[in-house]
Design a protein around this ligand. Structure first.
Ligand code: SF4
Length: 546
């Protein structure tokens, strides 16, 4: 008789399994040894085959190892692993290669590749979730990447979805069917006909794809991707710093979205990468990476609920701390949905952004403007397009923003330009100021918001800014340290002259200026009901744009 491990349980039948080359028998509590061994004898030919297959698989898994030059799967295609100096790991989208520090042993290479897979899985699967959720009319509450080996995905009772990082090795067709499968469970919890009908609405060939998923499962099972993270973490520099961090997001639960001053930030965090961004400051207590966007879950519904309870309409402001038109918004459309809620309740809105993505919502902004009031505000810091790409690398350039201002003007929506920050020793030139003012005059902006000519620096923001100065403007950091030390407010040495030019130009062209007057203009709700509403200017003064 063969050796076997016996596991008794409340089950009703005898089950025979092969694991790591060993035979495992699961039997009911009352099954006798004689009955168990009779079953083993009866199925001996099948058991022999099963064991042989399992031993071959165990050998394959034991032989699996990775080295530089090997290729590994990513979204169904193979890409090489290369050594690159430094201590970073990542996937180079341009060169199409996995890169790791040099001279690592195979186990550490595997750990590094798994780390890259996790980052890539988070990035790609979050994109697919954002794509399929509106299409299927469902929404998850949270999303995690797990180490699960036996399950590609799972959904909790609270609609939080998990995916195994291993899924990122599969082709896009397989990844999508797993994502849709989990999302369909939000509507149908079991695997009934109704459930598969939901899947079929989105993926008509789901049967073929599920078969391919099974084949893929066998392939991946033959590779031992297990990493002993505990041991790896004990080794010095075993854990790497990861690249490819773009486009990360997570949901956070909020009960309200409007501040006491009627300001609203749908997102916390931003991908626009402005080197001077004040929202990175420690005082805002973001307990997540700035690039890992916190999305206020159900923001439009929460806003709807809050506005419904209001007796009088007023102006709602958005964008003071984090830009509402980050790339993620194109997928999730929360900003547009919030504008629609504002329109529905007859409130007014002021939107502050650096992205021409705001043009996407021109129609709804026009409707708000017809019923109440809509103002589009754009920040302009430099008229030099090349400098703009350095200061604000991931968002529309100044020329693009200027064209957006013209579109809003032509559609009867008033516009305000935020002339800040003016960075001492960088963009605090007369030429730059005149260039921006020229854009403002041509775009016929209603007002220009200014806070003097300088920049504010605080803990968190200052470190990031200085790091970027070292990268782009060698020697300027030292000038800042010498001139301002740890001061919060860093004014340009040319402030007096710049203020003269600014004031003279605004007066000549009838442009509202001076922060108090501009805030008063922004906060004034049109007097259709004899009411006027002000939301506190501090909302803006404390915001992320300065
Ligand atoms: S300044 Fe505004 S747009 Fe730029 S990174 Fe910060 S929040 Fe984003």
């Amino acid at each position: 008789m063969r050796d076997y491990e016996l596991i008794r349980s409340k089950r009703k039948t005898i089950a025979i399994q092969a694991k790591d080359g060993k035979l495992i028998v699961r039997a009911p509590m009352r099954a006798t040894k004689k009955e168990i061994e009779a079953t083993l004898a009866r199925f001996d030919p099948q058991i022999q085959k099963m064991l042989a297959k399992n031993i071959a698989l165990a050998e394959q898994r034991a032989a699996f190892s990775l080295n530089y030059g090997d290729s590994v799967l990513y979204r169904g295609k193979k890409y090489p692993i290369v050594a690159r100096s430094g201590n970073r790991v990542g996937f180079d989208d341009a060169r199409k290669e996995f890169y790791l520090p040099p001279n690592l042993p195979p186990e550490r290479i595997k750990a590094g590749v798994v780390q890259i897979y996790k980052m890539l899985a988070k990035r790609h699967l979050s994109e697919r979730l954002l794509h399929f959720q509106p299409v299927m009319g469902v929404a998850v509450t949270d999303f995690h990447i797990t180490n699960a080996k036996g399950r590609w995905g799972s959904l909790s009772g609270k609609k939080s979805v998990n995916f195994s990082w291993r899924l990122i090795m599969a082709g896009d067709d397989i990844i999508d069917v797993v994502v849709v499968h989990e999302l369909a469970h939000i509507k149908q919890f079991n695997h009934s006909d109704k459930f598969w009908a939901e899947v079929e609405k989105i993926i008509p060939d789901w049967r073929e794809r599920e078969k391919r998923l099974k084949d893929f499962n066998h392939r991946i099972n033959a590779q031992n991707w297990d990493v002993d993270w505990e041991t790896a973490a004990k080794e010095e520099s075993a854990m790497f710093t990861g690249d490819n961090l773009a486009f990360r997001w997570h949901f956070a639960v909020y009960k309200t979205i409007l501040s006491s001053k009627n300001g609203m930030n749908i997102y916390r965090g931003c991908l626009h990468g402005c080197i001077y961004c004040d929202s990175r400051s420690a005082c805002y207590q973001m307990n997540h990476d700035f690039e890992d966007i916190e999305v206020k879950r159900n923001a439009p519904q929460i806003l709807d609920d809050q506005l419904r309870r209001r007796r009088l309409p007023c102006m709602i402001g958005t964008g003071s701390m984090c830009d509402p038109y980050i790339p993620l918004d194109d997928k999730i459309l929360y900003t547009r949905q919030c504008l629609e809620v504002i329109e529905k309740h007859g409130f007014g809105v002021t939107v502050l952004t650096k992205s021409v993505r705001v043009l996407r919502d021109l129609d709804v902004l026009k409707r708000i403007n017809e019923k109440a009031k809509a103002v589009v505000q754009m920040t302009l810091t430099t008229y030099d397009e090349n400098l703009c790409r350095v200061l604000e690398p991931n968002v529309s350039t100044t020329a693009e923003r200027f064209h957006a201002l013209e579109v809003f003007r032509d559609n009867g929506i008033s516009t305000v330009v935020w002339l800040c920050p003016i960075l001492p020793f960088i963009n605090d030139t007369e030429e730059n100021l005149r260039g921006i003012l020229d854009y403002c005059i041509r775009a016929k902006v209603t007002a220009i918001m200014d806070f003097g000519f300088g920049v504010t620096l605080r803990e968190g923001d200052r470190e990031y800014f200085y790091k970027k100065l070292d990268g782009h403007f060698p020697g300027i950091k030292q000038k800042y340290i010498g001139a301002f030390g740890n001061a919060h407010s860093c004014s340009s040495p040319k402030e007096k002259r710049l203020t003269e030019i600014f004031t003279e130009t605004c007066n000549r062209y009838g442009i509202i200026h001076g922060s108090n007057k501009v805030f008063a203009y922004l906060n004034k709700f049109p007097d259709k009901s004899g009411q006027m509403s002000l939301f506190d200017m501090e909302d803006y003064l404390n915001g992320g744009e300065y």
